[in-house]
Design a protein around this ligand. Structure first.
Ligand SMILES: C[S@@+](CC[C@H](N)C(=O)[O-])C[C@H]1O[C@@H](n2cnc3c(N)ncnc32)[C@H](O)[C@@H]1O
Length: 326
């Protein structure tokens, strides 16, 4: 079930996670609430924790299946123009990395957080270019293992931690810049993710997000997870300033070519290739219903000297119900 890009990820997760555990619309919580009668907040909290754990387990297995999937990585790197040491599980091209680096404007010694970093390829490349410290956070330990090995090979100082997009375990204001590549669509409460990014950024710190948005949010062909992506709305609601969302149509040629090759390949019994193939088929189906976007923004406030408070490695995620559901 290994898949290699962000658009695909969300599709497969949407389709394959057990329906009863999905929190979409809080149906499972509502049903339990009726049955149990009391403590609805706790029931919802449990539903959310369960979904979170299932997603993390799903992704961890996805990455384990990917170990040694050199054919998939080769196809992906060839289309996206990435070097062999840059392992991606998304769809950002080499040109895209240049644009992200320019937007982040990293200065030597700053701290970049690569949130939902996967196997770490993009963060490592950005940190090398900017000569920055790197913190990578993902909830899939199998991905972080690969990221640590790659950081060591590339000689980049990097600290990889198990954590969540909505509960990183990082200290307030501890990042000069945050990048989230093709992953902001995953949390069931997107607002929590934007608020978490704002919390860990120092005043004046920058964020870059890449994702897809539905051209029409009522278009049922587009998976719900993508239909709710609203980069501008999410950033503005979390009080970011200088918000810019740009369509990146230029990135799409490489995306389409890669997905087309994935859809055409014969996966045989290789689970990673099978997933890659499925990804190609399903993402091509919705390709013309979405637009590729990159958002840049800054946390409000004066630029301050970066004071990075250390937190314990692998701090347990602070996972809880969003305030609005308590
Ligand atoms: C499409 S992959 C992109 C990975 C990486 N950014 C890249 O571009 O190669 C999505 C990543 O998001 C991570 N992820 C999804 N939901 C997450 C969450 N709630 N907290 C932390 N990581 C999450 C997955 O484990 C996966 O590594």
């Amino acid at each position: 079930m290994s898949v290699s890009n962000g658009q695909d990820c969300h599709l497969l997760v949407e389709e394959r996670l057990p329906q009863t555990r999905r929190v979409t619309g809080w149906r499972s919580g509502d049903r339990c609430q009726k049955t149990l009668g009391s403590r609805p907040g706790r029931v919802r909290y449990l539903a959310m924790v369960t979904q979170h754990e299932e997603m993390a387990t799903y992704f961890d297995k996805w990455y384990s299946d990917m170990a040694g999937a050199s054919v998939k990585d080769e196809i992906q790197q060839r289309h996206l123009g990435l070097p062999p040491e840059l392992l991606s599980t998304s769809l950002v091209t080499w040109q895209g990395i240049g644009e992200i680096a320019e937007a982040l404007a990293l200065a030597p010694g700053e701290r970049l957080v690569d949130l939902a970093c996967g196997r770490g390829g993009y963060g490592l490349e950005l940190a090398s270019r900017g000569q920055t410290q790197l913190v990578g956070v993902d909830f899939a330990p199998a991905a972080l293992e690969v990221a640590r090995a790659l950081a060591s090979v590339r000689g980049v100082e990097a600290d990889y931690r198990v954590g969540d997009l909505v509960a990183t375990g990082l200290a307030d204001g501890s990042a000069d810049a945050v990048v989230v590549i093709d992953a902001i669509q995953f949390p069931s409460d997107p607002g929590s993710a934007y608020r978490e990014i704002a919390r860990i950024l120092r005043p004046g710190g920058r964020v870059v997000l890449t994702c897809w948005e539905a051209i029409d949010r009522n278009d049922s062909v587009v998976p719900e997870r993508l239909r709710r992506v609203d980069l501008r709305g999410g950033l503005e609601a979390a009080d970011f300033v200088d918000v810019e969302v740009r369509e990146r149509a230029e990135w799409r040629h490489a995306e389409r070519a890669m997905l087309t090759e994935a859809a055409a390949l014969e996966p045989g019994n290789d689970v990673a290739l099978l997933s890659f193939h499925d990804e190609g088929v399903s993402a091509l189906r919705t390709f013309n219903h979405t637009r590729r976007v990159m958002a840049t923004a800054a946390r409000a406030g004066q630029r301050a000297t970066s004071t990075i408070a250390s937190v314990p490695r692998c701090a347990p995620p602070r996972w809880g119900p969003p305030t609005s559901l308590r």
